[in-house]
Ligand binder design. Structure first.
Ligand code: ATP
Ligand code: MG
Length: 457
C-alpha cells in the first residue's frame, strides 16, 4: 500500500487551524482525514482536535468570519463552516470516562494534551495527528501498521471492545475498505467480545455493515470476519461450510457469496442482495440419488430470509422490498429476447433500475461460479443489449405504458380494488405476448372478452 508522509491540506482547514492558533490555542488535524490522506485515498470529512474549549473555538472562529453550530458541545464538538467550503468538526482534546453500556461514555474529561486525546481513538491508523508546520504525530505506530497492511487496535483489544463494542464492526469494515489484515489475537478478542454488540444501536450496526459491504476488499473481510459478523448476521453461520456438490460451483455458499458481493458494482442495493442471494441454500439443499446436490426453491427461501434480515436491520421499506425482489428473482432464467425481457420488467413493476440491479447481481453471481458456470456470463451481456433495445423502442413493459388505465377498467363495471390492477396486468401480459395491440379500443375489447369468459364458466 502506498503510504506517504506528506498531506495536502485544503485551504479552509488551514484557515480553521490559523483561527485557533491565532487566538493562542493548539490545533491538529486528526482521525480519518489524516489516515485517508496518507493512504492517498479520497478525503473524507475533516476533524480537528484542539486544546480550546468549545466556547473559545466558537469565539475564535466567528471572529475569523466563520459560522459555527453547536452540534455536540456536550462532548466538546463544534461544527465550523468556512464560507463556501465544507463543514469541519472541531473537538476539544478529551478522554472518554467509563462506559456504562459499551456505547456512550458516561462522561468525557477535557484535556490539554493531544497525546492523551489520541489514546482514546480506536485503531493506530486513526490515532495520528497532522499539522502543516509540526508534521505527523504518530505515537502508536499507525504509519508502520499501514505500511505493513495491519489493522491494529490502540491498547488492549478486550478492554477497548468492552468500552465500545462498535469498534468490533469498525475493525471488520476497515479491513474491507482498506484491505488491512486483522491479527489473529485481535480477531480472537473480537470473537470473544462479539456478544457485546447486543448493546449497540441497530442504526450504528447497519451503518458499519453498509460500509463493509461497499469495501474494495469485501471478499477477504467477509471470510475473515464471518465468525464475528455472525452475531449481527446469523444467516452466515449455515452458509459457512455449506458445500455445493455440483459441477457449477467451486466454493461453499459463504465463499461463493463473498465472491459474488466482491464482483458486484459498489452499489448498496446490489451488494446487500448479493449477500442474501443464496442464504436460502442451506435450508433448501438435498442430494439426488446420483450424488449431485440441488437447491430447488432456494431463491424463495432466501427472499424470506432477506426480508427478515433487512427488517431486523431497520432498513427502509423500499430497500427491503427491493432486496427481497432481487433475491427472489436472482435465479430466474430470462431468455435474451425482447418478449422475455419485457415480461421480466413487467414483473418488476417496469422498473429499469431494479432490472439493471438484477443483471448486475446475475453477472456477479455467474462470475463467482466454477469456470464452467462462469461461461454463462455471455447471456447476461445479451440480456443487457436486449434491455437497451427494449427501452429504446416504445414497446410496453409496464402498466404506465398501457393505452388504458384503472379508470377504463372501472368504467367496465369493476369495483375499485385489487382486481383493477390484476386486470391491467393481464392486459399488459397480453400486449407483451402479442395477443392484443396496445390500443385503447382493442384493450377494452380484450377485457370484455375476459369478462365474458368468466361469465361462461
Ligand atoms: P470514516 O469517516 O471514513 O467513516 P473515521 O475513522 O473518520 O472513518 P469517524 O466516525 O469519522 O471515523 O471518526 C473520526 C475519528 O474518531 C476516528 O478516526 C477515530 O480516531 C475516532 N473514533 C471514531 N469512532 C470511534 C470509536 N468507536 N472508538 C474510538 N475512537 C473512535
Ligand atoms: Mg470521518
Amino acid at each position: 500500500m502506498g503510504v506517504s508522509e506528506h498531506i495536502e491540506i485544503p485551504g479552509y482547514a488551514e484557515a480553521v487551524l490559523e483561527a485557533l492558533e491565532g487566538a493562542g490555542f493548539e490545533a491538529w488535524l486528526v482521525g480519518g482525514f489524516v489516515r485517508d490522506a496518507l493512504l492517498g485515498r479520497p478525503a473524507s470529512d475533516i476533524d480537528i482536535a484542539t486544546d480550546a474549549q468549545w466556547r473559545d473555538v466558537q469565539r475564535a472562529c466567528e471572529a475569523a468570519g466563520m459560522r459555527t453550530y453547536e452540534t455536540g458541545v456536550k462532548h466538546g464538538t463544534l461544527t465550523v463552516v468556512v464560507p463556501d467550503a465544507d463543514a469541519i468538526e472541531v473537538t476539544t482534546y478529551r478522554a472518554d470516562g467509563s462506559y456504562d453500556d459499551s456505547r456512550h461514555p458516561r462522561s468525557v474529561a477535557f484535556l490539554d494534551d493531544i497525546e492523551e486525546d489520541l489514546k482514546r481513538r480506536d485503531f493506530t491508523m486513526n490515532a495520528m495527528a497532522y499539522h502543516p508546520h509540526r508534521g505527523l504525530l504518530d505515537p502508536h505506530g499507525g504509519m508502520r501498521d499501514m505500511r505493513e497492511g495491519r489493522l491494529a487496535i490502540v491498547g488492549d483489544a478486550r478492554e477497548r471492545f468492552a468500552e465500545d463494542a462498535l469498534r468490533i464492526l469498525r475493525a471488520c469494515r476497515f479491513a474491507s475498505q482498506l484491505g488491512l489484515r486483522i491479527d489473529d489475537a485481535d480477531l480472537e478478542a473480537m470473537t470473544m467480545s462479539k456478544h457485546l454488540l447486543a448493546g449497540v444501536s441497530t442504526e450504528r450496526i447497519t451503518h458499519e455493515l453498509d460500509l463493509l459491504l461497499l469495501g474494495d476488499h469485501v471478499h477477504d473481510a467477509l471470510l475473515r470476519c464471518a465468525g464475528v459478523l455472525s452475531f449481527v448476521l446469523p444467516e452466515l453461520v449455515a452458509m459457512d461450510g455449506c458445500e455445493q456438490v455440483t459441477r457449477w460451483h467451486a466454493f461453499d455458499v459463504l465463499e461463493h457469496t463473498a465472491w459474488t458481493v466482491q464482483r458486484c458494482p459498489k452499489e448498496r442495493l446490489v451488494r446487500w442482495a448479493a449477500l442474501a442471494h443464496d442464504m436460502g441454500k442451506p435450508a433448501a439443499a438435498f442430494f439426488s440419488p446420483d450424488g449431485v446436490e440441488h437447491f430447488y426453491g432456494h431463491a424463495k427461501v432466501g427472499a424470506k430470509m432477506a426480508r427478515a434480515m433487512t427488517e431486523r436491520l431497520l432498513m427502509s421499506q423500499r430497500f427491503r422490498a427491493d432486496v427481497e425482489a432481487l433475491v427472489l428473482r436472482h435465479d430466474d432464467l430470462i431468455e435474451p429476447t425482447p418478449r422475455a425481457v419485457r415480461r421480466a420488467l413487467a414483473k418488476m413493476d417496469g422498473r429499469e433500475d431494479l432490472f439493471r440491479a438484477l443483471l448486475a447481481l446475475k453477472r456477479a453471481d455467474t462470475l463467482a461460479h466454477s469456470a464452467e458456470g462462469a461461461a454463462q456470463v455471455a447471456v447476461i451481456d445479451q440480456l443487457q443489449d436486449v434491455l437497451d433495445d427494449v427501452l429504446a423502442s416504445d414497446a410496453a413493459f409496464s402498466l404506465k405504458d398501457l393505452a388504458i388505465g384503472g379508470r377504463d377498467v372501472m368504467a367496465l363495471g369493476v369495483a375499485a380494488g385489487p382486481q383493477v390492477g390484476q386486470l391491467l396486468r393481464r392486459a399488459l401480459d397480453a400486449v407483451i405476448d402479442g395477443q392484443v395491440p396496445n390500443r385503447r379500443d382493442d384493450l377494452i375489447e380484450f377485457l370484455k372478452s375476459l369478462d365474458a369468459e368468466r361469465g361462461n364458466q
